[in-house]
Design a protein around this ligand. Structure first.
Ligand code: ATP
Ligand code: MG
Length: 272
C-alpha cells in the first residue's frame, strides 16, 4: 500500500505567479531560519488576508509547535499522507492565526525518508499529495528539514519555487552552491519550472562586519533574487516558538514582526 498513489500523478504544472503557489523553504544548513521564516512569513501573509498553509516537512516538527500544535495534539500528520493512510484534507489543522492552516509533522517522518528509497516515483509523492490543496490556498509553504535527502527533493519537486533563508556567516556560500546544484538537478529531472523565489538574509546583525561581507557576496552573485528586506536578529523571534505563537501574535510591534510584515509586502509585490 505504501506510496501507491505516487505514479501517474504528474499533473500539469500551474504557471508560476498564479494563486495556489507552492513554495519550498529550503537550505540543508541547519539553524539558518527556515522554520522561523516559513511560520512568520506565512502568518504575515495570512494577516494580509491571504489563505496560507504551512506543510511541516521536517521530522523535528518545529513549524507545527511554532504555530501552537503540541506533539500530543498531532494525531494525524504528514507521515500518514505519505503512506496513503489518511487524505491530506483530513490532516489539515487550524492555528491561532486566521487564514493560516498547517499540515503537522512528527518524528515518524524519519521513517518516510527511509521508506521512500524503495518507492516507485519516490521523488513525486508529495507533489501528488499537495496538488489537491492548491485551489484552496493562495500560498503553501513547505518547511524543509536541514538535509538534501528525499523529503527535501519531494518538497522541491512539489513546488513552484524555492525560498532560501541564509544566515550571513562564513559557511553560507559553501552550502549555497550545493543547494543550487540540487535545485538544478531537481529542475532537470522532475520539475522543469522550478525557480528561485528569493534569497532571504536572516539573523542579520548590522554591527557585525562579516554580515556585510557575506551579504555583499551573495547579492553580487544573486542580485535581484536577494530580498531587499533583511530579517534582523531579534530576541522576540527566538522567544515566540516556546509560546506556540507566531511573531505576529506574540509581539506585532517587535522589529522581527515588522521585518516579516515588510517581507510579506515585498513577497506580494514580486508576485506581480
Ligand atoms: P533547522 O535546520 O534545525 O530546521 P531552521 O533553519 O529551521 O533550523 P530556525 O529553527 O528557524 O532555523 O532558527 C534556528 C534558531 O534561531 C531558533 O532557535 C530560532 O528561534 C532562532 N532564530 C531564527 N531567526 C532568528 C532571528 N531573526 N533572530 C533571533 N533568533 C532567530
Ligand atoms: Mg527548521
Amino acid at each position: 500500500m505504501y506510496y501507491k498513489e505516487s505514479i501517474n500523478q504528474e499533473k500539469e504544472n500551474i504557471m508560476p505567479n498564479t494563486l495556489g503557489k507552492i513554495i519550498a523553504v529550503a537550505n540543508q544548513k541547519g539553524g539558518v531560519g527556515k522554520t522561523t521564516s516559513s511560520v512568520n512569513l506565512a502568518a504575515a501573509l495570512a494577516g494580509k488576508r491571504k489563505k496560507v498553509l504551512i506543510v511541516d516537512s521536517d521530522p523535528q516538527g518545529n513549524a507545527s509547535s511554532g504555530v501552537g500544535l503540541s506533539v500530543q495534539s498531532r494525531k494525524k500528520h504528514l507521515y500518514h499522507a505519505y503512506t496513503g493512510d489518511t487524505p491530506i484534507a483530513d490532516i489539515l489543522c487550524g492555528t491561532g492565526v486566521k487564514n493560516l492552516k498547517v499540515v503537522p509533522s512528527s518524528i515518524d517522518l524519519v521513517a518516510t525518508e527511509i521508506e521512500l528509497v524503495a518507492a516507485p516515483g519516490r521523488e513525486r509523492v508529495l507533489k501528488g499529495i499537495l496538488e489537491e490543496l492548491r485551489g484552496s490556498f493562495d500560498f503553501i509553504f513547505i518547511d524543509c528539514p536541514p538535509s538534501l535527502g528525499l523529503l527535501t527533493v519531494n518538497a522541491l519537486t512539489a513546488s513552484d519555487s524555492v525560498l532560501i533563508p541564509l544566515q550571513c556567516e562564513y559557511f553560507a556560500m559553501e552550502g549555497l552552491a550545493q543547494l543550487v546544484s540540487t535545485i538544478r538537478s531537481v529542475k532537470k529531472s522532475y520539475n522543469k519550472n522550478l525557480f528561485i523565489e528569493g534569497l532571504l538574509l536572516t539573523m542579520y546583525d548590522k554591527r557585525n562586519k562579516l554580515t556585510f561581507q557575506v551579504a555583499d557576496k551573495i547579492t553580487e552573485h544573486f542580485q535581484k533574487q536577494v530580498y531587499s528586506t533583511v530579517i534582523p536578529r531579534n530576541v522576540r523571534l527566538s522567544e515566540c516558538p516556546s509560546h506556540g505563537q507566531t511573531i505576529i501574535e506574540y509581539d506585532n510591534q517587535s522589529t522581527g514582526a515588522q521585518a516579516y510584515n515588510q517581507l510579506a509586502n515585498e513577497f506580494l509585490r514580486k508576485q506581480g
